[in-house]
Design a protein around this ligand. Structure first.
Ligand SMILES: Cc1cc2nc3c(=O)[nH]c(=O)nc-3n(C[C@H](O)[C@H](O)[C@H](O)COP(=O)(O)OP(=O)(O)OC[C@H]3O[C@@H](n4cnc5c(N)ncnc54)[C@H](O)[C@@H]3O)c2cc1C
Length: 191
């Protein structure tokens, strides 16, 4: 039976690990590789999100370097998008994932596990549930959600960006370019 490598997280780290594993073990019947990604996209450029929001990058697909079909057809790597891993059963060596569209639970056994879920923006307690118009920026899905909000009517006119690291500054610039009045809040002395 083939060994199985499971990857959690389908962006830079996870899909680099999956691709590198495939380069080393080309025979698909020797190593099966399955990646779980809770969003809709794989191997995207999060770095490009501010330029997509600003309009400089017009087409979202310009930010995607390899989609799930390419991984499957050219690399023999199966990607299950819209599957969120909710637990890891170490005794049984299984990951447990929720199918975000079908609603069911999926279990998959692993010999090797790569955990590459990235770093999520910290969202304050009060902003987690019923408050609309609050966004973090990590994934392309986050970018799509923000753009959807900016394009609704009546058009949002003011934005507050919390955090003056480079991501915050790039997002502030992008929002200015879209015509919003932007305030950037940073706890340190300088952005
Ligand atoms: C706006 C912005 C601009 C940036 N600009 C630059 C730059 O100019 N230069 C630079 O070097 N870096 C930049 N970065 C940083 C760079 O994008 C990250 O370092 C890189 O994306 C990290 O890759 P990763 O695979 O570790 O994590 P991520 O890209 O965060 O990917 C993690 C993936 O895991 C998925 N995931 C999370 N939890 C689960 C789960 N439970 N089940 C299934 N899937 C899950 C997420 O949906 C996501 O797709 C930028 C980042 C942002 C957000």
């Amino acid at each position: 039976m083939a060994e199985r490598m499971i990857v959690i997280g389908g962006d830079a780290a996870g899909m680099s690990a999956a691709s590198q594993a495939r380069r080393r073990r080309r025979d698909r019947s020797d190593l099966e590789i399955v990646a779980f990604e809770r969003g809709n996209f794989t191997s995207y450029s999060a770095c490009g999100i501010p330029y997509w929001v600003s309009g400089l990058v017009e087409d979202r697909d310009e930010l995607i370097s390899r989609d799930p079909r390419t991984f499957r057809d050219e690399f023999g790597i199966e990607v299950r998008t819209r599957h969120e891993v909710t637990a890891i059963d170490l005794d049984r060596r299984e990951v447990i994932a929720r199918d975000l569209d079908g609603g069911g639970e999926v279990r998959a056994g692993f010999d090797t596990l790569v955990y590459a879920t990235g770093a999520s923006p910290v969202q304050p307690e009060w902003a987690r549930d019923d408050v609309s118009g609050v966004f973090g920026v990590q994934t392309l899905d986050d970018g799509a959600a923000l753009i959807g909000w900016l394009e609704r009517e009546p058009r949002p006119r003011h934005a507050v960006v919390v955090g003056g690291g480079y991501v915050g500054v790039e997002m502030a610039e992008a929002l200015v370019q879209r015509g919003l009045k932007v305030q950037l809040v940073e706890q340190a002395d300088q952005p």
